[in-house]
Design a protein around this ligand. Structure first.
Ligand SMILES: C[S@@+](CC[C@H](N)C(=O)[O-])C[C@H]1O[C@@H](n2cnc3c(N)ncnc32)[C@H](O)[C@@H]1O
Length: 207
């Protein structure tokens, strides 16, 4: 399945990689350090929707990192820092390279459900393991009250990547149901979901 990406409003954070880097630094602080433990040593890691490749610094030095993203400014910013990343759509399988691990960080909440399932069907063909990182604090915007509604609108504006429209913020239950439903897309041998400082870290070992 291939999706067409019509240009959409892009928030200031996605127009200025340095601003995104600063914002994300305060959002995550040092909480991604756990990724080294999850990924391990000597792994070939491919990241669809890699932004400017900031996740490379959370991997062991002996890991090989590459990625693709549609944001040309982000990709050229990352390439200047010698990161092996390219412009490419994550919903097209010809943009993928085989890897030990496919990393999906902060991308699922940008996509619609059919795109998420398409992404996993592709990713499942290229790796032995998929690691997902999703912010679970977004569930605050999924509640049915005025504060959540306004927060959701604000988060949608701030997180507009220019390619997708966020139309729904998922609750913890919806995230859980989504992870379990992936069984229909990819052959899952084992799945571990850990909640770590307002983020879900999901490790999926493929059969
Ligand atoms: C929240 S950012 C996450 C970037 C990176 N994973 C990180 O954690 O820093 C989401 C990224 O997804 C990219 N993106 C969204 N849809 C995409 C698509 N169909 N193909 C490639 N990149 C996409 C956006 O350009 C944006 O850089």
């Amino acid at each position: 399945m291939s999706m067409v990406h019509t240009p959409r409003r892009q928030s200031i954070f996605y127009r200025h990689p340095l601003l995104y880097d600063l914002g994300i630094h305060f959002l995550y602080l040092n909480r991604l350090k756990i990724l080294k433990e999850i990924v391990g040593h000597d792994m070939n890691v491919f990241e669809p929707a890699c932004g400017f490749g900031r996740m490379k610094k959370y991997l062991h030095e002996d890991c090989v990192y590459s990625g693709i993203d549609l944001n040309e400014k982000f990709v050229s910013f990352g390439r200047k820092k010698n990161r092996n990343i390219n412009v490419g759509d994550i919903l097209k399988k010809e943009n993928y390279s085989p890897a030990d691990i496919i990393l999906l960080c902060d991308i699922l909440h940008h996509l619609q459900m059919p795109e998420i399932h398409c992404l996993f069907r592709i990713a499942g063909k290229f790796a032995k393991k998929i690691v997902i990182i999703e912010p679970t604090f977004v569930a605050l915007a999924a509640k049915k009250n005025t504060f959540s509604h306004l927060l959701g609108k604000l988060m949608t504006r701030v997180d507009s990547d220019g390619f997708n429209e966020i139309t729904h913020w998922m609750s913890r239950e919806e995230y859980h149901d989504l992870f379990v439903s992936l069984n229909a897309d990819i052959p899952i041998l084992n799945m571990t979901i850990r909640h770590h400082y307002y983020h879900d870290f999901v490790e999926i070992v493929l059969a």
